[in-house]
Each structure stands twice: as C-alpha cells, then as structure tokens.
Design a protein around this ligand. Structure first.
Ligand SMILES: Cc1cc2nc3c(=O)[nH]c(=O)nc-3n(C[C@H](O)[C@H](O)[C@H](O)COP(=O)(O)OP(=O)(O)OC[C@H]3O[C@@H](n4cnc5c(N)ncnc54)[C@H](O)[C@@H]3O)c2cc1C
Length: 284
C-alpha cells in the first residue's frame, strides 16, 4: 500500500526540529531510520501529515565513552553500534543484542533512538536499556529532561515522551561483570518470541549484583526486580536460577499471537532466561 500524503521537513538543527513539532502539533512526527514508521504509514496504521527527518542532525550520531559511562546519540544506527570497537569493549552486551536485531539491511538504517522511542514491545533495545539502567534525554520546547528507561514505557506505543519532544541521547554507567542477551525468534530477521538481557557481577563465588529485563512478553519491556533478587547472594545454581525464572514468570504477561500461545511463550521465556543467566555467570 501507499501511505497518505505528507509534507517532508529536513531541519538542520535540533531547535528547528523541535520548532516543527511545536508548529504542527499532533500532525507531525520525527522520522529516524524509518524502518518502523514507514511500514506503519504504508499500512495506513499511522497517518503523519508532517514528517520531520532527523538525518541532518549530525550531533545525534555520536558515541561517547568516558570514565563516567557511555552516551549514544539517538541517530546512531544499529550497524554503527555493532562496528564500534570501543563500545563493544565498554558494554559488550550492546553488540551481542544488536547483532540479533532484524538483518543487516535493517541494521544499516534503523537507529538506536528509533528503536527505544518507538514503544513497540517487540523492539530489543528497550529491555536492554532497562537492564543497563539507562537514562533517556528528551529535548522539547521547555528544554531538556532525563527519564529513566525503567520509567519510560507505559503500554504499546505509549511512552513518557511528549509529542513535541525529541530523544537526543541514551546514557548509562559502564557495566561490569558478566552479560548475555539471549533471543528466541522464528527465523533470521524476526522479532523476539522472547528475549532476555542479563547483567551479573560475582564476588567471592556468589552473585553480588544482578539486573534482568525481558522483551516481547508484555505490553512493555519488563525489568524484573524479583528475578534479580532471587539470584543475589547465591552461587547461581539450579535452585537460584529456577527461583529467578519463577519470579520473572510472575512479572510477564504475554499474549497469544502468530508467535504462539501464552503457555508456549511462558515456556520459551523460562528457557531463554535460564540460558542467559548461565552465559552471564560464565562471563562474570
Ligand atoms: C523486517 C524488519 C525486521 C525487524 N526486526 C526487528 C527486531 O528483531 N528487533 C528490533 O528491535 N527491531 C526490529 N525491527 C525494527 C527496526 O529495528 C527499526 O529500525 C526500529 O524499531 C526503529 O528505528 P528507526 O530508526 O527505523 O525509527 P523510525 O521508524 O524512524 O521511528 C520509529 C518511531 O520512533 C519515533 N522516533 C524515532 N526517532 C526518534 C527520536 N530521536 N526522538 C523521538 N522519537 C523518535 C518515530 O517518530 C516513530 O514513531 C525490524 C524492522 C524491520 C523492517
């Protein structure tokens, strides 16, 4: 199908981009890589009279790594993220997760900012950013504000971002310890049936800290405090992993769709989380 008619804007700075969002109100939407928005427009699930393209905002294409942590510009593509060796060293879970998103064609264009701002529970980066305890910077007519990834998602396509705000950067403290991003999908290029992001640190042979987030198992990403708590102080043995899986299953709320019935998804979620914990622990 062909989308309904729209006017195309290509601002060269952030202030002009925000100005266009203010000027056109609910009729305007930003476009980053377009790999979620354009399909929605072509299917007539989104009608956007004013498209505000962020491609000319080169400031949003930077990756900064410092002693205090990592900052990724919203317009960094998944491919940029995978190719950045400094980032892979500082936060290897990002490369591991990004390599499981879609296919190279989509990753060459799709941006990290678009992936997290979209609000689709099938996107992989939101759960990952919750696991990393990331902060999203939003810039609107009133200036900038920071929102925790763990507070950003309300329900399908409903987020904390206001219509006239642009996500500019994603920041997080450099993670330490072991990590794993595990994803089950029907085929290459597919969204997750279930995915798990796990970060663990080890001290004296026991789990010292843990963070666990699940993807595509609810109307938003699920950061499971209960699952992490079940591992703390344990040697990450069978019982602790089973307790973590049980806690996670209490937090998710998958729905039946073409990826399977609810019971199947809950089973896959448990298998995926147990695998991710085992891999993260082996690297911790
Ligand atoms: C075949 C296919 C398979 C895919 N598989 C996966 C997958 O397995 N996992 C996965 O995570 N994703 C998958 N995707 C989605 C892909 O990763 C998208 O690129 C991503 O979801 C959106 O990024 P984008 O840059 O294309 O954003 P766009 O499509 O341009 O934008 C998406 C939404 O976010 C908003 N937005 C974008 N940038 C900003 C910003 N800076 N500030 C405020 N709002 C913004 C837009 O207004 C729009 O509402 C797939 C896509 C395709 C086509």
């Amino acid at each position: 199908m062909i989308s309904s008619a729209f006017e195309y804007h290509r601002p060269v700075d952030l202030a002009s981009a925000v100005g266009l969002l203010v000027q056109h109100g609910g009729d305007a939407r930003v476009i980053a890589g377009g790999h979620s928005l354009i399909p929605m427009m072509k299917l007539r699930m989104a009608d956007v009279p004013h498209l505000v393209d962020l491609q000319a905002l080169t400031d949003l294409k930077e990756i900064t790594i410092s002693t205090s942590g990592v900052t990724i510009g919203a317009m960094v593509t998944q491919a940029d993220l995978i190719a950045h060796d400094g980032l892979a060293k500082a936060a290897p879970i990002l490369r591991e997760a990004a390599l499981q998103i879609a296919d190279p064609q989509v990753r060459n264009v799709g941006t990290v900012g678009g992936n997290v701002a979209n609000g689709d529970p099938g996107n992989d980066m939101p759960g990952l950013m919750q696991c990393l305890c990331a902060t999203f910077r939003l810039v609107g007519p009133g200036g900038a504000r920071d929102v925790a990834a763990r507070d950003f998602y309300h329900s399908v396509y409903v987020t904390e971002r206001k219509d006239d705000e642009i996500l500019t950067t994603i920041s997080f403290a450099t993670p330490t310890g072991g990590y794993a991003y595990e994803k089950q999908k029907r085929k290459i290029g597919d969204y997750a049936t279930a995915a798990a992001a796990v970060l663990l640190t080890r001290s004296g042979g026991k789990v010292a800290t843990a963070s666990i987030a699940m993807t595509n198992l609810s109307d938003r990403p699920i950061w499971s405090q209960g699952a992490a708590a079940a591992l703390l102080g344990s040697e990450c043995g069978k019982d602790a992993v089973a307790a973590a899986v049980a806690a996670m299953l209490g937090d998710i709320d998958p729905q039946q769709d073409n990826r399977g019935p609810i019971e199947f998804k809950r089973h896959v979620a448990g298998v995926i989380l147990a695998r991710a914990i085992a891999r993260a622990w082996s690297r911790a």
